[in-house]
Ligand binder design. Sequence first.
Ligand SMILES: [Zn+2]
Length: 119
Amino acid sequence: MRLTREFTFEAAHHLTKLPGGPESVHGHTWRLHVTLDGPVRPDGMVFDFVKLADLVKSKVLSKLDHADLNRVVPNPSAERVALWVWKQLKGLPLLAEVQVWECEGCSVTYRGEPERERV
Ligand SMILES: [Zn+2]
């Protein structure tokens, strides 16, 4: 079964490698979905939602919320933020997918594909 918890964080960023030169700094309310995939345990859960929230808060949101993402992730596109989030959560058992929404209607999804980590 797949279990997803949604988070939001407020952060500024600007892309630095656009053909026309760097973007201006701007902010978004970013949305993050963290999905785990595993069996339903005898206690009825795949994973404890509260425990998942604590882990994501300490490993990810503590560094991204109300931050300038350029200080954390170089050239922080949604794609690069998703890769960064995946790396922070890599040790999490059952981690299946990280989805990052830069704004309404615009998201990227990363499932740990090794060949796609080269950026
Ligand atoms: Zn943006």
